[in-house]
Design a protein around this ligand. Structure first.
Ligand code: ZN
Length: 293
């Protein structure tokens, strides 16, 4: 691995609240809690991660499109749109457009060369249109959801996605890079610092990004594999997605810790993600006196 200097920052591009049964799945089927739940989680961030690598600036996820809050026709009409709104509510605080959030991180939108989408749900893929110059990478299996008769049933809104902009990622053998139990992935710059790994379950083609730098613990940016790294450690998976696949993916990530004992999981809606990535606290939220995560 090259001793490349990589700067990693978390920015919040919108806020979401979901049903408690979504944060950690229970025995209650999704349809049941979607229709009956009267409780919401606290407001949670919609995190994106900016990575400044010598070979280019990479953005992991793009966050919530402010139009999803202001435009009543953003979601599908009728029953389906109602279900979307029952499952998650969004708001777009001032300064949390993608442009505003990245500017606060000192990175102009025009500097983003590559975007990695953890998956195609609108709170992750919502701002692709704001990055007309960037290459947008999506897992090939996830991209195939756009060929389904009703992508909306998978949480994907094709009306807001320009398919011609999306480049499929096809995972291949990781050869000499021992990331078992992960044997396939995609090494973004061929230097081992940024490796995409297939982590399906929340959606058909969800993927995560392993970030390895010199002298600091590796990060695994997992999107919506979990809402909370502590739940992932405990093997609890969110209440939306393919349960057995989610559990398999969680087990793989926990097994990866054998290879990378210091691994720090960064979740898309974890309020602690920014502090964890800044190295101020450990994954469990405990203060790290050494400040090195
Ligand atoms: Zn999400």
């Amino acid at each position: 691995m090259s001793p490349a200097v990589i700067r990693v920052q978390v920015a919040s591009v919108g806020e979401v609240r979901v049903r408690p049964d979504n944060i950690a799945g229970t025995w209650r089927p999704m349809l049941w809690w979607t229709l009956t739940s009267r409780r919401w989680s606290p407001w949670l961030p919609v995190n994106v991660v900016v990575i400044q690598h010598p070979r280019g600036t990479v953005l992991f996820d793009t966050g919530q499109d402010p139009a999803s809050v202001s435009d009543p026709s953003y979601y599908p009409p009728g029953l389906l749109g109602w279900v979307y709104r029952r499952q998650a509510a969004f708001r777009s605080p001032v300064g949390q457009s993608l442009e505003g959030a990245l500017a606060a991180a000192g990175v102009p939108l025009s500097e983003v060369d590559t975007v990695v989408l953890s998956h195609l749900h609108q709170d992750h893929a919502g701002n692709v249109a704001a990055l007309p110059e960037a290459e947008i990478l999506v897992d090939a299996t996830e991209l195939a959801l756009l060929d389904e008769r009703s992508p909306e049933l998978h949480g994907v809104l094709p009306r807001h996605l320009d398919r011609t902009r999306l480049t499929p990622v096809r995972h291949a053998s990781l050869r000499g890079d021992d990331l078992a139990p992960f044997t396939e992935g995609h090494d973004l710059f061929d230097d081992g610092t940024l490796v995409l790994l297939p982590t399906p379950g929340h959606s058909a083609g969800s993927m995560s990004l392993l970030v390895r730098r010199e002298a600091v613990p590796p990060l695994l940016l997992v999107g919506d594999v979990t809402y909370d790294p502590a739940l992932l450690r405990a093997g609890r998976v969110p209440g939306t997605g393919a349960r057995s696949l989610q559990e398999e993916t969680s087990a793989r990530i926990n097994a990866l810790r054998q290879r990378l004992p210091e691994l720090v999981v960064v979740a898309a809606h974890d309020p602690g993600a920014a502090s964890v990535v800044a190295g101020a606290v450990g994954e469990d939220g405990a203060h790290d006196p050494d400040g090195n995560g």
